[in-house]
Design a protein around this ligand. Sequence first.
Ligand SMILES: [Zn+2]
Length: 511
Amino acid sequence: MNRLSKEDLAQMNRDYFQSLDKQKLVEVAGNLHSLAVEQIEKLEQNSSNSSLPPSSDQFRSTSSSELEEKQETGSETSVSQSKQEKKEVSEESEKPKSKGFGKKLPGKQKGAKGIWRTTPLVASEIVAHHPETCASCNSLLEIDSDAKPHMGYYVLELEKLDSGIEVRCTLHHYYQATCSCGHHTKIKPQFGYVSVVEGRSRDLCLQEYGLVGPMLATFIASLAIRYRISRPKIRELLDDWVGVSLSVGTIDRCIREVGIACSPVVEELIEELQSAEIIHLDETPWYEKGKYRWLWVAITSTIAVFHIGSRRKEELLCLITSAFVGWLVTDGYGAYINYPKRQHCLAHLIRKAIALTEAVDREVADLGQWLLEELRELIHELATGDGDKDETDSNPARLYRVCRLATGVEHTKLKALAKEILADWDAVVACFYHPQLPPTNNEAERALRHAVIARRISYGTRTSEGSLAYCSVLSVIETCRLRKVDPWSYIAQVLTQARRGIKHPPIPVAS
Ligand SMILES: [Zn+2]
């Protein structure tokens, strides 16, 4: 059904209503009624009564009139579009200063010469958009072949061919049509999520109106996030190899758009995560605008979710809610200690024990060796399933004894390791009593490795929006990879729908 716009409403008045027959009048009343209902519900919506996911704190659904004004003021040629890009760059540079990055701000510097498109875009195809039904009375409309488009814009879109990739330029024309009832209906590009960041002069709005098509935007995001290429280098790559010139500001916008579009998908993944039987958890340092943060990962055999936040215990609630009743596999970090069903990663302990076997002190080295053997045997018995069933000389009982012995030795590291094992005893030997548990946290550590390399290259993210975008895309990519499905065509689909304000398609299941 059509959604009535400001322009549609402006055309309606008493004379128009009186001119309609009863059937059309009912249709018009129906449209006006649903608009009124929608607006009333929106007015009464707040965070406590809406079903929006928690991440929507950053996103609010668009007010249509606000957006239309934006679209109207945005003009229709490629030249002015690049002006818009230019503006974005200068806005970036007006962000508050950050410590640790020197005085120079990211993006275009104040007073620097602007860059704009020198040659106009040439479209290989024109796509016409005609209104199908009357916005007022819902009657079917006929295409007026003499009509002139009321707006248009260029779209660069990437296509995957058998022999490679190609970027095509299309011109989208939007038309108006007049109904037999006298109402003029204009079709316009649609719009979706808006991401609001406090202090930013313009909100980031996802909409169809824009130079970069969903697949090209996804390609750009893949270069940045998966292939870890910087924004200026992406600009260079696109210019040199694909013949597409985009500003760094536009490239950055694409990456954020993809992140914002993926964010509701991640909300769904987190929900799915709660019914998992076993979740691997780990965390690694991260920088957000030079601030010390932590990148968390929660991973199962089919879901991976990343999250950037503090290292506090409460941050875990963003990944594991009270609905989760399965097992956690973690390292010895304190935030996890209170969770009852848990496996302490044995690989961590083994690495520490190996270090002890090289100790100068003979007694310490021997005890370290004993500890190491007991830990290794614990894993070995799990793999072969032929552990000692004798209670007093079972593997855990021997491990317990050597730890008690080691606590009496004056060697800081040996003592610390023994205490770590004893303090978290149930979690260390959990896999012995529950053979379905993996004894190590390798999955989570492997999942973080990609991000650790990215952190070394890029020094992290710059804003909380950037962090959310980065984590969202990473989560969707990693989940698709675990399920052995192509992440990129799915993400392009998610972005296409997000720009129209439509809920994302279902996450592909493992093939
Ligand atoms: Zn009509």
